[in-house]
Design a protein around this ligand. Structure first.
Ligand code: RIB
Ligand code: CA
Length: 315
C-alpha cells in the first residue's frame, strides 16, 4: 500500500508530542508533507518550537515545520498551562531545536500544498482548528483535495476545559464551525474515546522499558501530564492526540457512527460545545464520523511497538 500523504496540525502539548512521535515512526504508512503549529495549549512560539524539538527527538529532519496562527479567529486567546505546564511539554528536557521553522506561514503552506497536490491529502488536527479553517476560508477549492480530516476535538458528553466544551473546540469554536461545515470527510475523535485510552503505570512501564531517548521523553512527559490530569480530572493521562494517528494507522481499533455535529457559538455555559445528534433528532444531514470506542490495549501495544522503531538516541 503506498504511503498516505499527510499533514499534521498541532499545538504541542505532551499528547501532541506523542502523536507526532507515532507519526514520525510510521514512515512506511505516512508521506508526512509537513507539520503545522497553531496556538493552543501554549502560545505559538512554544508550540512551533516544541514541534521542532520533537522532530529532532524522532530523527526526522526531513519533515518541514511551519508556524501558523497565533490567536483564534474571533474569541480571545485561551491556553492550557494548567494541564501542560509553561513549556507545553513539561516533563521532557529537550534541547533547542536544530533547525528553524520554514519561512512560509502554515496557512499558506496548507493552501499551497492542497492546491498543487496530485493526490488527496489527509489532515490530522491535534489542536484548535484555526490554521485549517483559515486555509479553507482563503481558498475553499482546497477542500476538493482533502482526502479526510481526522480531528481530535469535542465530546458527545462532558467537556474538559468547561463542563460543556473540549479545549480544542472551545479555544476556537468559530474555526471548528468552518471545518465542520466544509463538507469534507471528517472523523471526530472526542473525549468520550480518548478517556478510554489512559496512560496507566503498567502501560508507561512498557514504554519506559524500551530504554531509548524517545521512550524516556515520552514517559517524562506523560508522568507529568498524568499528575496534572489526576489533579484536575482524577484520572491519568488520556492519549487524546495519539488516538488520531492511531486511527489512521489502525482504524479497526476504533468504532464510531456517522451523525450531525454542530458547534455552539452562542455565549453561555455551552459556548464551544460539540452538539452530537446521535439519534438524528434534528433531521439534519450527517457531517462527521464520531468515534465512540477504542481498544485501549491494542492502541498501547501499537504505540509501544512504533516508539521502539525510533532512533535510540538521536539528539
Ligand atoms: O482536550 C484535549 C486536547 O486539547 C488535546 O489535543 C490537547 O493537546 C489539547 O490540545
Ligand atoms: Ca493538542
Amino acid at each position: 500500500m503506498s504511503a498516505r500523504p499527510l499533514i499534521i496540525d498541532c499545538d504541542p502539548g505532551q499528547d501532541d508530542a506523542v502523536a507526532l512521535l507515532l507519526a514520525f515512526a510510521s514512515a512506511e504508512e505516512f508521506d508526512l508533507l509537513g507539520v503545522t503549529a497553531v496556538a493552543g495549549n501554549v502560545p505559538l512560539a512554544r508550540t512551533e518550537s516544541n514541534a521542532r524539538r520533537i522532530r529532532d527527538l524522532a530523527g526526522r529532519p526531513d519533515v518541514p515545520v511551519y508556524a501558523g496562527c497565533s490567536r483564534p479567529m474571533v474569541r480571545e486567546p485561551e491556553t492550557a498551562e494548567y494541564i501542560h505546564g509553561p513549556t507545553g511539554i513539561d516533563g521532557a528536557d529537550l534541547p533547542e531545536p536544530s533547525r528553524t521553522a520554514e519561512a512560509a506561514h502554515a496557512v499558506d503552506f496548507l493552501v499551497d500544498a492542497l492546491s498543487a497536490t496530485q493526490e488527496p491529502i489527509t489532515l490530522a488536527t491535534l489542536g484548535p482548528l484555526t490554521n485549517v479553517a483559515l486555509a479553507i476560508v482563503k481558498n475553499p477549492a482546497i477542500c476538493g483535495n482533502v482526502r479526510e480530516i481526522v480531528t481530535m476535538g469535542g465530546a458527545m458528553g462532558l467537556g474538559n476545559v468547561t463542563p460543556a466544551a473540549e479545549f480544542n473546540i472551545h479555544a476556537d469554536p468559530h474555526a471548528a464551525h468552518v471545518v465542520f461545515e466544509a463538507g469534507v470527510p471528517l472523523t471526530m475523535i472526542g473525549l468520550d474515546v480518548t478517556h478510554q485510552a489512559i496512560a496507566t503505570p503498567p502501560r508507561l512501564e512498557a514504554i519506559r522499558a524500551l530504554g531509548t531517548a524517545p521512550a524516556a521523553a515520552v514517559c517524562g512527559m506523560l508522568d507529568l501530564y498524568g499528575e496534572k490530569n489526576i489533579e484536575a480530572y482524577h484520572h491519568g493521562a488520556p492519549m487524546h492526540d495519539p488516538c488520531v494517528i492511531a486511527y489512521l494507522l489502525a482504524s479497526e481499533l476504533f468504532e464510531g457512527r456517522d451523525m450531525r455535529v454542530d458547534v455552539e457559538l452562542g455565549d453561555g455555559h455551552c459556548f464551544g460545545r460539540t452538539v452530537c445528534d446521535l439519534h438524528g433528532r434534528t433531521g439534519a444531514a450527517t457531517n462527521a464520523h464520531v468515534l465512540q470506542r477504542v481498544d485501549a490495549d491494542g492502541f498501547f501495544a501499537m504505540l509501544t511497538e512504533r516508539l521502539a522503531r525510533l532512533p535510540v538516541d538521536p539528539i
